[in-house]
Design a protein. Structure first.
Length: 110
């Protein structure tokens, strides 16, 4: 069953990663390919992660913003921990239509 969930999560990440690759105003932290990637995506932007998460919430999208206790890792990536990143997480019950809604909301807030 775990392999089935993993395949679903990988399939969900594909469209989001493709969308992000087409933007030059946001930095994807981590691998650009969905295969082998955890279903959690961290994004760096000129705007603080918590601010972006708040804007996404107004579009019905739950996301997190902050450093997530990874201050040293963020600093090594030249991202001030107090600025943080936007974190998006997916699980086996996330749907493709929710990914479409997320992409639309990202377009609106970025």
């Amino acid at each position: 069953m775990h392999d089935l969930f993993r395949a679903h999560e990988t399939a969900l990440l594909g469209p989001l990663l493709d969308y992000l690759a087409g933007r030059n105003d946001i930095r994807l932290i981590g691998p650009r390919q969905a295969k082998g990637r955890a279903p959690t995506v961290a994004l760096a932007h000129d705007r603080p992660g918590a601010e972006l998460a708040g804007d996404l919430a107004r579009h019905g999208i739950m996301a997190g913003g902050g450093s997530f206790y990874a201050d040293r890792a963020l600093a090594a990536l030249a991202i001030p921990p107090e600025h943080g990143v936007l974190r998006l997480s997916f699980v086996h019950y996330t749907t493709a239509s929710e990914i479409d809604r997320l992409i639309g909301a990202l377009d609106a807030v970025l």
